[in-house]
Design a protein around this ligand. Sequence first.
Ligand code: GLT
Ligand code: MN
Ligand code: MN
Length: 387
Amino acid sequence: MTWKPNPKYKFTFGLWTVGNVGRDPFGLPTRPDLSPAQICDLVGEAGAYGVNFHDNDLIPIDATAAETAEIKRDFTAALKRNKLKVPMATVNLFTEAVFKDGAFTSHDPAVRAYAVQKTFRAMDLGAEFGAKIFVLWGGREGAESDAHKDPYIAIQHTRQAFNLLAAYNIEKGYGYKFALEAKPNEPRGHIYNAVTGSYLAFIQTLEHPEMFGVNPEVAHEHMAGLNFVHQIAAALDAKKLFHIDLNDQEFGRYDQDFRFGSANLKHCFHLVKILEDYKYNAPRSFDCHAYRASDFEDLKWFASGNMRTYEILADKAQRWNTDKDIQALVKKITAGDEKIAKLLKSSSKASVKSIAEASFDRHELANKRLPYEQLDQLTMELLMGVR
Ligand code: GLT
Ligand code: MN
Ligand code: MN
């Protein structure tokens, strides 16, 4: 197997990911800046399907009209020569000092309106390059102390902003789907809508819930000690998994944004398996960056490594689904009385009555074998490459 990236997976990279220069809160950059066109060449060479950008990854905030036109020209040419698409665009509402206390949740209505206007323009820019998914990550929407901002009011402000974005989307006929990205903290002490589940509930309160879904990121849920695969199950079940940020992360640490599969291979395996089993069909975006010590050559390993690991795990998932011993165990474990299973599927009066009146022998039911050690060991052996 060559593990050449298959276009069906729609592997994408944000310009800010491969373009990360290795700056951290304690240290200066360790790699030179790459232009958007250079980033396209690198990921294009690695076989990616597309790139994503924040407004200011592509067009610096103070660029003149002439500079903007030149950047767009170079970028368009780079997309073309590398056969890259731009499926997703987003907006930077976290770098500038004006957003020091939030964008959509700032106390100041003028800051909130400026943030909405900046997002309108980022939507215009994304649409110019064909993006149909618009990610919203509220990195500054939070507080260090709840003395500073009323979290109940912050929810109202967030809703107002999202409703305005939906109205603009309709007015311009862009056809965007908004994908909301949760994170529990960093760079704020506390970020509102801390986990994917918060957004899944919040979406139902918007004027256009059908336009909004989620963009869960592995690292963000693992920072909070949560099981990412379960978040994905909830998003898939709600038909709200509009986009996904793949990367990796040690539990309980800062947002490490490591290469996909580099820290928790078993979780990543189950993640790929659920995406493939339930036919997730939106882009698989890698939101991560290379180690700070890596140089330009090593960046190529970083880019192709993300995609290779996904493909290898997709192959493992398929093997798991067809492995005779594993499937025989799964069959035994999940077997049960079909008539009872049918009753449980209906909430009709008849079902309620039958269940209420049925007799169960709990001791006998408890005797059923669940050889989970065996099943997990076989899974691990498959992952370790000896099956
Ligand atoms: C930033 C953040 C990511 C978000 C990006 C989209 S920007 O790098 O850490 O998780 O997905 O705004
Ligand atoms: Mn992300
Ligand atoms: Mn992250």
